[in-house]
Write a protein that binds this ligand. Sequence first.
Ligand SMILES: [Cu+2]
Length: 303
Amino acid sequence: MRRLLASVVVLLALSLAGPAIAQEATPAVSDSLLAGMGYPELLVEVDGETIQLPEQVPAGRTLITLTNAGKESWHGFLLRRPEDVTDEQIATDLGPESEAPPAWLFDATFPGFPGETLPGQSHQAVVDLAPGRYLVIGDTYQPFDVVGAAATPEATPEATPLANGTVRMFDFNFEFPNPVAPGRQVWEVTNTGQQAHELLLTRSPEPVTAEQIMELMAGESEEATPMGGGPSFADLEQVGGLGWLSPGATAWTEVDLTPGTYVAFCFVPDPETFMPHAMMGMIAVFTVDEAGAGTPESATPPS
Ligand SMILES: [Cu+2]
């Protein structure tokens, strides 16, 4: 499993994890905007070796709280497995012998999940869980069942989380609110592309451009810096985001942004080439200033 994920899913994200330092303490649940909305909560605790969560949860719009009790940054995602894939097949395909992601991985449904989480921190997301068998996938994986009637959240408008901004993910980039305001806020994240995407948000200690980040992507060391100066991968600090989200799906995440420069990545692999989308240009840079007058900038995809 480690090998599979290291090879295709989290390799670059793990390299990003580096010696990142928590910028702020985990917010108390009472401070959380998403937690205050009253959705049923699914608690997931990870430590790098195990993933703990209930065996069964009710279907519907759900607040997922991911707590990282381990020593390393944790980056994973949630999927609803295709109906015809058995637990036995999953154990084989995600086992230590696997060389490449199984084809069914790309046929699964990805409802969203809390984004990359530093040790000792918690992140939250509100996602829609339809009935079925699910897997949380990270360093290892853990199945669970979602049971009950299919949720129809769109039927009741008041059941939609109040968002401060919308983030659109597509093939292969992001569109952020413009400007992005500082402070704690809820983002409605939608995927209007043809492939699954994720939002892995980092903060840079100094200004950087998307082109410089692309230059880092092509480099060999996480300590390397762009020509002409700038941060290394190791300098980028995780601030949350959203795990894999299917085309056409929407989920909600909460971020707390101090003024500065932010870099967003997607490391979902292309189903044909297994190349992480970030390598295909799915990187965006935006700034947050005190007045909230930041300007988004997108990478130019390699031609
Ligand atoms: Cu992507």
